[in-house]
Design a protein around this ligand. Structure first.
Ligand code: NAG
Ligand code: NAG
Ligand code: NAG
Ligand code: NAG
Ligand code: NAG
Ligand code: NAG
Ligand code: NAG
Ligand code: NAG
Ligand code: NAG
Length: 294
């Protein structure tokens, strides 16, 4: 799933205006990307054409991504990195659509590609060129905001929030926002870790002085996908409470509450046992005295 952004750069040079078309394609990691190349000026038989898809960088040691020679795929020059990962759209070639399907894209495919169409009748000449920039992206997971963890040993009550989000690409921007006035708050920690599949995870913490009616939001931005995912914390009216969604992530007081619950259940069971024993003894003693009286 990808979309195209076409930007036109116009360069004027000695009264001649050259329009240089550059396409940017954004693809998600692991998806198939279509690099487009259209030549619509003349209908030419495929046997008289050569189509090269290559890495646009002149320094590239292994530049051939895909080659179509005399109407046939030619794998002899194809770089190993692209073996079994490229295909042209055979039903579209006759219409001058030389778009290339690149399968299962990874970060190493994040390059600028060039499509070169040559006509091979009489002598070989370039009749068309197009460049495509492939950018990769992956959506971050819905951020999880946890906390606050209260620290009353410091001057004024300090609260620590943390926010994490996983498996996105490229590296994200993390914003902490005070929803009361929409101001940005500076995190005390921002840790970005990379995974073997090329994606990143982010963990950020925020320390703030406790105030009343706090509303805090953590927002994770993917610049390429123009995606902002956010999680928020809204302080509840009761002084003891924390919001329900943050409660499950509240490690310290969560464990405390669990321990308290276990202790109270044990005490309750104890009381019940004592009560049952007492009732049983009372009942059996009255029974004994009753039979005694009989
Ligand atoms: C990519 O294309 C291949 C072959 O056409 C197909 O099997 C695969 O499901 C496609 N993958 C995605 C993510 O669309
Ligand atoms: C591929 O192209 C080379 C020259 O670049 C040629 O020698 C070879 O025969 C071609 N192979 C096929 C299968 O067309
Ligand atoms: C490409 O596919 C062929 C046949 O499916 C296989 O023999 C070959 O090893 C594959 N090459 C690479 C580089 O994956
Ligand atoms: C060229 O072919 C590709 C692949 O089938 C298609 O997605 C694209 O829309 C085509 N472009 C035009 C202008 O027809
Ligand atoms: C896609 O490529 C990655 C490496 O970039 C590989 O681990 C994975 O197995 C590939 N998936 C498919 C369906 O070929
Ligand atoms: C609590 O605050 C004190 C004083 O600022 C600091 O030394 C301590 O490390 C803090 N504890 C936690 C758990 O943040
Ligand atoms: C958020 O903004 C309000 C209004 O400006 C301010 O009173 C409050 O202290 C701020 N909260 C934090 C945690 O900075
Ligand atoms: C994402 O949110 C941040 C902080 O509010 C903002 O600066 C940025 O422009 C937003 N980006 C998008 C793509 O909405
Ligand atoms: C905070 O998040 C909850 C769901 O997590 C949402 O229902 C609510 O509208 C959000 N509040 C604000 C002020 O963004």
């Amino acid at each position: 799933y990808f979309f195209h952004i076409t930007s036109l750069l116009s360069l004027s040079f000695n009264l001649v205006v050259i329009a240089l078309e550059e396409k940017i394609i954004v693809s998600k990691l692991g998806d198939n990307a279509t690099l487009s190349c259209l030549y619509r000026e003349r209908e030419l038989p495929l046997k008289d054409l050569r189509v090269y898809w290559q890495i646009a960088d002149d320094q590239e040691v292994c530049p051939v991504v895909h080659a179509l020679i005399s109407g046939q795929d030619n794998e002899s020059e194809q770089c190993i990195h692209f073996k079994n990962r490229t295909q042209l759209f055979w039903d579209r070639l006759e219409n001058g659509n030389f778009s290339l399907l690149l399968l299962n894209v990874s970060q190493s495919d994040e390059r600028t590609y060039k499509c070169v169409v040559l006509q091979t009748t009489e002598y070989t000449k370039v009749i068309h060129q197009a460049e495509v920039v492939l950018s990769l992206a992956a959506s971050y997971s819905q951020p999880v905001l946890s906390g606050p963890i209260r620290n009353s040993s410091s001057t004024g009550e300090e609260m620590t929030f943390s926010c994490r989000s996983d498996n996105g690409y490229p590296k994200p921007n993390v914003y902490w926002i005070n929803k009361t006035d929409n101001s940005h708050l500076l995190p005390s920690e921002l840790k970005i870790t990379s995974h073997t599949d090329g994606t990143y995870s982010v963990f950020s913490t925020l320390k703030v002085k406790a105030t009343s009616n706090m509303q805090i939001e953590c927002s994770v931005e993917n610049k390429i996908l123009r995606e902002n995912l956010s999680a928020n914390y809204t302080q509840q009216k009761q002084s003891s409470g924390s919001s329900p969604e943050s409660h499950k992530n509240l490690e310290k007081s969560g464990r405390g509450a669990q321990a308290a619950a276990v202790v109270s259940i044990v005490i309750l069971i104890g009381l019940l046992v004592v009560l049952t024993c007492w009732l049983w003894r009372r009942r059996s003693s009255t029974l004994v005295s009753y039979t005694g009286n009989e």
